[in-house]
Write a new protein. Structure first.
Length: 684
């Protein structure tokens, strides 16, 4: 009989929980984890088996949400590898269904496609909203002449390894230049692709057949990119678009192997770029001060370049009609990213109208920023605190610069993401102190304890597979189930007490027992560390917490409403479900009544209520929230000035009357219609 090391072992079947299957982000995490084991490991689906250490192979499997897969391994550490990778797959490979900044998951969600009503209008799919008037710049990737044959295999391997090394240095440099942004996360995945074993093996085989390094590498990356792009079905749209990332990495390496392949490309002022495709490397390297918008004939709203356009704050269209490639260089055009149209022959009136609208929007944004440091006082003198949702000290400083009154939600889980082990107490304390110092002693800092589980797994904290993870170990339940883990975080948070007005907030509290247990552990750690007293609050995210708000208010110092989850649980609609997500509306009267119950219960005991979910920065929702009794709005950093500006145009009396009116309605549609009419009276 063969020894254990020689046996092919196979793990239990796992049902893929990821909405978009094993696309780039989960594939990257799975491959990185698999590389830690010496064993040969494969991912098996039906008759297909692929290398678990290869991102492109995993993506090429074309897996879907709900597919049954197994981990197969052979080698000395096969048993451990199967155990770890099976748990990682079951948890979703570290992917959060609500994190749309680096990988969109709602691949079936409706998109806005423009409808051309005149010959000079060219339709595309909205990738990033906004309006721009600029001149066409046609962008083409330079053709590279790649010789089929080169030197000896040994020499070509040396050239290839040097090119891989230089490409990695280039990506590292670019990541440093752009900082912690959406682009850096995408480029991080590109770094992983440079070491993909299947890609490198295929290129090495070509070199061994006496092909030049460039020829062998090009054949390898084009083969894998084409494989992803050939996947059929709407569910694979996101995977097909990842073929663009492989081509991007491929061209970068190829550029090191082909002489004269680095032509300079200088953008003129006021450029609207037209291209058949743009890679993340292209968009990250453009001079943003000169780029007003772009259009591509390929890709979709889930592509990485669409994500980057949103992060740049510029309008963009994808899948635009190829006639856009025929527009003459320098042509004056109007790009409507919101409406999905490029006007290739605008009249003087079209241009003047677009420019007037742009000026109007820019002026309002500029005025909002100038006034952002003023208090958010309603017309009748009622103050609403406008604070920021942040994840680190850099965002905190940006929030303060934008006029934020403090931090209403420090998402501590960002400290725990994208790593192989939990951060130490010292690592955590350093980050919390940096955020507190960025605020100063007079501003509030609300730190939410670790909020994972359900749609937010951690690779090193495997949670057993659950039939319904949204009703299982989530939020504070994970912390209470892992008390040592919880205590480490609490000690680290308490170390920044005194640097800012510290508040500690527990997520996903559903019962009084959970709140009491969490508070008891915090009290023990505070006593041991002799830390200053802190405010202790809880998230209102489930109906039980809202219904029992009065009872909770006797024991909590404050509430912060997470409207995204509260909507999901109140309406029994998964906010990540492709067909139900649009119906899970936070302005549904049932959700508004939950908010009203929360505010009423809190006020009976003199406690305050904030909102840190999506409704806090929704211009339609803000008057209702204020009218129901919310006194703090925690919003994204860029939204702070506009939210403050809106509050200054409201009065408490009209907000209260509006809230009482809409809360009696029967549908979200009715509520939105009434709020839209109200909002039109508040436009400046």
């Amino acid at each position: 009989m063969n020894s254990t090391e020689e046996q092919v072992l196979i793990g239990a079947a796992v049902v893929i929980p990821n909405l978009a299957g094993l696309h780039a982000r989960p594939a990257s995490m799975l491959a990185a984890q698999a590389k830690k084991f010496a064993s040969t490991i494969r991912i098996v689906r039906n008759a297909d088996a692929v290398n678990a250490k290869s991102i492109v192979a995993i993506m090429g499997l074309g897996s879907q949400c709900g597919d049954s897969i197994n981990v197969q391994a052979i080698g000395a550490d096969a048993v451990e590898a199967i155990h770890v990778l099976t748990a990682l797959l079951a948890s979703g490979c570290g992917e959060s269904q609500t994190d749309q900044s680096t990988e969109p998951h709602h691949v079936d969600s409706p998109v806005t496609r423009g409808i051309a009503t005149a010959p000079h209008q060219i339709a595309g799919v909205s990738a990033s909203s906004g309006l721009a008037v600029g001149r066409i710049v046609q962008f083409r990737h330079a053709a590279m002449e790649v010789p089929e044959h080169g030197g000896t295999p040994a020499l070509e391997r040396l050239r290839f390894n040097a090119a891989l090394l230089e490409a990695g240095v280039q990506i590292d440099t670019l990541m440093v230049e752009i900082g912690d942004t959406a682009e850096s996360k995408i480029l991080k995945a590109h770094q992983e692709l440079l070491g993909d074993p299947d890609l490198l093996k295929l290129a090495a085989e070509g070199i061994q057949q006496r092909k030049s390094a460039g020829f062998a590498w090009r054949a390898a990356f084009l083969q894998y990119a084409s494989r992803l792009e050939a996947l059929e079905g709407n569910h694979n749209a996101l995977l097909r678009e990842r073929g663009n990332d492989i081509r991007d990495v491929g061209r970068r390496v190829l550029g090191q192997l082909v002489e004269g392949s680095h032509p300079s490309f200088e953008l003129p002022e006021g450029a609207i770029l037209i291209a058949s495709e743009l890679t993340p490397s292209d968009t990250a390297s453009f001079d943003r001060s000169k780029l007003l918008g772009f259009c591509t004939t390929t890709g979709g709203p889930t592509s990485h370049v669409a994500i980057l356009a949103k992060s740049f704050g510029i309008p963009a269209l994808c899948s635009i009609d190829e006639s856009a490639l025929n527009l003459a260089e320098g042509t004056l055009v109007v790009l409507d990213g919101t409406g999905g149209l490029l006007n290739g022959q605008p009249t003087i009136a079209d241009i003047e109208q677009a420019q007037a609208r742009i000026v109007e929007l820019n002026a309002k944004n500029q005025q909002d920023r100038l006034n952002a440091n003023a208090l958010a006082l309603t017309r009748d003198g009622h103050r609403i605190e406008v604070v920021a949702n942040v994840r680190n000290a850099q965002e905190t400083m940006e929030g303060v610069a934008n006029g934020a009154d403090g931090v209403g939600l420090l998402r501590s889980e960002f400290l725990f993401d994208d790593r192989d082990s939990a951060p130490t107490e010292e690592e955590q304390a350093t980050v919390y102190a940096a955020v507190a110092n960025a605020l100063g002693p007079d501003r509030p800092l609300v730190v939410r304890t670790l909020d994972v589980g359900g749609d937010k797994p951690l690779s090193y904290l495997p949670i057993p597979k659950e039939e319904n993870p949204f009703l299982g170990l989530r939020g504070v339940r994970v912390s209470l189930d892992q008390p040592a883990f919880f205590r480490t975080q609490l000690r680290a948070i308490l170390r920044c007490a005194g640097l800012a007005k510290l508040h500690i907030m527990f997520p996903m509290i559903a019962t009084l027992e959970e709140l009491r247990q969490a508070k008891s552990i915090l009290a023990e750690e505070r006593s041991t560390s002799n830390a200053a007293d802190v405010q202790v609050g809880m998230m209102i995210e489930v109906p039980s917490a809202a219904v029992l708000a009065e009872q909770f208010a006797r024991e909590a110092d404050f509430f912060s409403i997470g409207t995204n989850d509260l909507t999901q649980y109140t309406l029994a609609m998964d906010r990540g479900h492709p067909k139900l997500a649009q119906k899970a509306d936070g302005l549904h009267p049932a959700v508004l009544k939950m908010i009203a119950l929360t505010c009423d219960g809190a006020h009976k005991h003199g406690k305050w209520v904030g909102v840190c979910g999506g409704l806090a920065s929704d211009a339609l929702a803000i008057p209702v929230l204020i009218g129901l009794g919310v006194v703090e709005l925690s919003v994204s950093v860029p939204a702070v000035p506009a939210v403050k500006s809106l509050i200054q145009r409201l009065s408490i009396l009209e907000c209260e009357m509006l809230a009482q009116e809409v809360i009696q309605m029967g549908t979200a549609t009715e509520v939105r219609a009434r709020l839209t009419a109200f909002a039109s009276t508040k436009e400046e």
